[in-house]
Design a protein around this ligand. Sequence first.
Ligand code: GLU
Length: 428
Amino acid sequence: MLQQSRTMTINKGTNGQNPFQVVGDQIDACARILKLSDEVVAILKKPARELHVSIPVKMDDGTTKVFSGYRVHYNDALGITKGGIRFHPDETIDTVRALSAWMTWKCSLLDLPLGGAKGGIICDPKQMSQGELERLSRAYIRAVYSFIGPEKDVPAPDVYTNPQIMAWMMDEYSVIAGKPSPGVITGKPVAAGGSVGRGDATARGGMYCIREAANRLGIDLDGATVAIQGFGNAGYHAAVLCSALFNAKVVAVCDSRGGIYNEDGLDADKVSSYKKLTGSVSGYPDTQSINGDDLLELPVDILVPAAMENAITAKNAANIKAKIIAELANGPLTPEADDILFNNGIHVIPDFLCNAGGVTVSYFEMVQNNALYYWREEEVREKLDAKMTTAYRNVFETSQEYGINMRQAAYVQAITRIVEVMQIRGWV
Ligand code: GLU
């Protein structure tokens, strides 16, 4: 077990660009706008603590496989750290660092009393049985036990992790702690201490942002066309909610194995049932097949990247035709892409605003766990709407005031709050 890596090695994430390098560039841009001191920038650019673990797991065939896992606390100036755990074959320590930084800005922007963290395991859950996944999940908790806790660092789901995995992790933690500890993790099934409304919270929060953006830009969402890259938790719920809340028309969706297009619109629930049977949306009846790159360039009103980092880069940004890009994924645009899209007048709702509904309802889940008192779904939705609408308005107004893009404005908002607290606490 190696605590606090000394060598900040640069590992490439998906699609070539290192996401932690992207974070560094984004901090530099914000530092120029806010004229931040070198000391402040030095703190903002480094994770506070990292835990690297090797996790032996008995596989179904009797062999033992050793998995690499990580947990990074990026910055805890605002409080208990918070952020998901990703299971992915392309996971790297730099991806986890970048995601933990974005969690820090996200919690700050939404005015939550939380810092940012992230975890990950390099594994391919699609190739693993339920038993193997359960043993891996429990073993990860044993390995990081002393690094997490309801009053210290609270994980949640991310790409390829789900409520069942959260339940195993909560159970393992509770067994070791010798007491029920529902507040150690969020995104649990409702029956095991989860919050109603957490399942679609990421997408729903994004919808509130799209609604606010469309109001300001004068776009009628009734009948508006939508393309969604990614059909996991965020992408699927976005497809459902776009038609349920706005009567918008989802014309294209894709996942890691392929994509589908139908100009008359797709029924998200039917596509989801098909994917459950076949493993992919690809091949869904009465649709044209479309690859993920072409999907991004469709002439739609709203484009929703809901998959991985680096989907839109300097290579394809100039070909994007959507009026609004709603980033449900973390880090789907590179800084070069941001500049191109801003110059082309495309309204980008940045990730740590657009997808913050997930952590916001996770925060509500923590509050409910700690109070042992659970809320109604309408209450959760109302509170989520209020949080998202305020955050969107603040970012939009800051972008107008400074003449900067929405991501830079979100940085200005989030970093200003963190720096203020770091100063009050005496860190700088
Ligand atoms: N993984 C999600 C995110 O990136 C949720 C984090 C949480 O609920 O703590 O925001």
